[in-house]
Design a protein around this ligand. Sequence first.
Ligand code: PLP
Length: 379
Amino acid sequence: MDVAEIRDQIPGLRFGVYLNTGGVGQAPASVSQAITAGYRLMADGRLSPIDWYEAMSKAASEIPAKIADFFGADSTEIALTMSTGDGFGMVLGGLRWEPGDEVLITSEEHPVPLQAVQGLADREGAVIKEVELDHGKDVILERVERAITPRTRLICFSHVTTDSGTLLPAGEICALARARGILTLWDGCQAVGQLPVDLHGMGCDFYATNCYKWLLAPIGTGFLYVRRDVQQALKPLRRPHDPSASARQYEMGSPASVLYLGVGASLDFMTCIGGPRAIAAEASRKAEGLWARLDAIPGVQVVSSRRPETRSGIVTFAIAGMEGDEVSTALRQRWQIVQRGTYMTDPTGVRISVAFYTSDAELDTLVEAVTTLAGEAKR
Ligand SMILES: Cc1ncc(COP(=O)(O)O)c(C=O)c1O
């Protein structure tokens, strides 16, 4: 992969050190061009607004098939959403619940899915049970098994967690759940575009994500995967259920069609530069190198997993004697390094998103800055 050449296609990377793809990804020029070209068809008067609406709706109607191809699903299993939270609402609101039904979450869920599950508990009397994360895959599986009771209805986990970037053994958890008649809903937004995700291979029931992080597409776009068989059980929130219709029945009203042209362009871009496996391999190599360099700095603790089975491109570290936010602010103000502080890791730290497009020079700047800060920190 020729990273220098790829970086030339991503204009935002020219400005400073960008290590927050887990916050918002840097879109290639082709994404903004696709959206702008779509919008101009109407704004320049080439199409009347109503013809434009129809043209954009038709173009967006091709996106579920494209997403399905990229993520190993069938096009009838993909609904277009605005966000991860939007997909969570469709699932949690569309299933039938009994008071006392149990939902398992991990100890490191982002506020959006967490609040969605808390809302379910509030409305339906569901009980939330937390599974403590670990770097060991077998420990995670054992804890999940131990947390399951006859009342467990849903396992609702991040595929890759937001603060420490722990990759969960999703396929094994889905198999374990399926064997017990438990449904699985995954928050995929730190995984899609970062790692190869094969939805049929994984065996999940529901998978919700946005497209604006590692998928490098616009904010306001996302998708929800609903496995064909569970479409019988999931009712649309805002319209009658048609078990024979596609997952697009879970949407309501007119989607931001023109933005999905950006999703199509980002998927084309990713395919063009080598596809999910090559992308993951490039980021993984760099993340592993960064892990080792940060770990070698006195006073620095890397809190992300280094084990191949649970690590990802997110490398989170802490500096002894400093709060995560303090380190994050100093990196931003003194070295113009964009990243973010973590609050769910113990100790709190800084989350570095290592993407395929991250340059060696960016990582060198980071390591130098962290060395300076760790040297200055009162221990
Ligand atoms: C793991 C995780 N889930 C959910 C979200 C929020 O997703 P959305 O804004 O698409 O609802 C984020 C955003 O940072 C996240 O990291």
